[in-house]
Design a protein. Structure first.
Length: 319
């Protein structure tokens, strides 16, 4: 029994050996095997889930893991930290996109023989790398007007080829509104603000001038313009503000309500439908150019990191 007790750790150590040294980190055999197992499981569930030969697959997966480890190390060195809340939100989003409750999603993960805790750490690493790439690459990409114009010409050519000369209009709903904002402070707590805004609303309902009261009471930068917010497309404001604004008829003034910015009164002035086709096409073109430049810059950046890193691969010669 004593011999068996000593042999088990030795066997585990042999199985979980290092397959790559990456700077001051390592990739373990068990990590590589788990990654390959997950890829095979995903491929089995796809119609065209063909994979390369085992030795080629192993080396491809190991190279991906090496590149990921290099990026995680850089993120850690430069102070990027991903909170548990961020991981929770990401997992909740994945479950929601799959039309599953969180507990059902966790059960489905574990039913595939995967570790939920390991999944959390994978997602934490992915978020960390996303933040790193955003800082190192995405923020530095510039899309010029000329590039947008060239892409628009390409899109228009495709549209003419596929759909003839049919016009496609994109109409957007917009609301013109104005508001008064008051923020809690040492001298004006939430209860006093609600009382003050209720009194202001009574004055407005009685016919007082909104612009004058906004200049007197509002702490928003729009106060000098009488609280005017201009034309707002849906989604331009925080959800609490949008919800209250949507419930108002033109001319109506809301009851006092709270958002993350403080306490508001809002008045809807008018609504309209506007043709935003040109803006939408321009944004589509900008996004296509941006994504193309992002992919090219990311590939070059990853290659440079890989060339600068110390990497020693320790796969068996037969692998």
């Amino acid at each position: 029994m004593l011999l068996l007790a000593w042999s088990l750790p030795l066997m585990a150590a042999e199985l979980d050996r290092v397959v790559a040294v990456v700077n001051d980190g390592v990739v373990l055999r068990s990590e590589l095997d788990n990654q390959i197992r997950e890829i095979r499981a995903r491929a089995a569930g796809q119609a065209n889930g063909r994979l390369p030969p085992d030795d080629v697959l192993e080396r491809q997966v190991l190279e991906q893991m090496i590149q990921k480890e290099i990026q995680i190390q850089l993120a850690t060195r430069t102070g990027i930290k991903v909170s548990d809340d961020a991981v929770n939100q990401a997992i909740a989003g994945i479950a929601r996109r799959n039309n599953m409750r969180l507990e059902d999603f966790i059960a489905a993960v574990e039913a595939q023989g995967l570790s939920y805790q390991a999944l959390r750490e994978d997602i934490r690493d992915d978020i960390s790398i996303d933040q790193l790439r955003q800082r190192e690459i995405a923020r530095k990409i510039v899309v010029t007007d000329r590039e947008i114009a060239n892409q628009l010409e390409t899109l228009e050519g495709l549209d003419d080829t596929e759909n003839g000369a049919e016009d496609k209009k994109m109409m957007v709903s917009e609301t013109r509104a104005r508001h008064i904002l008051m923020r809690p402070s040492v001298v004006m707590d939430e209860a006093k603000i609600r009382t003050t805004l209720a009194d202001v609303r009574s004055q407005l309902v009685a016919g007082a001038d909104f612009a004058e009261l906004a200049k007197q009471y509002s702490e928003d930068p729009t106060a000098d313009q009488g609280g005017e917010l201009g034309w707002l497309p849906r989604g331009a404001t925080v959800p609490e503000f949008q919800q209250v604004m949507d419930a108002l008829e033109p001319g109506q003034v809301s009851e006092p309500f709270r958002s993350r910015f403080g306490w508001h009164l809002v008045q809807v002035l008018e609504r309209r439908q506007r043709d935003a086709t040109d803006e939408a096409l321009r944004e589509q073109a900008r996004q296509l150019v941006f994504q193309r430049k992002l992919e090219e810059a990311t590939a070059a950046w990853v290659r440079r990191l890989r060339e600068e890193a110390y990497v020693e691969i320790r796969l068996d010669p037969a692998s």
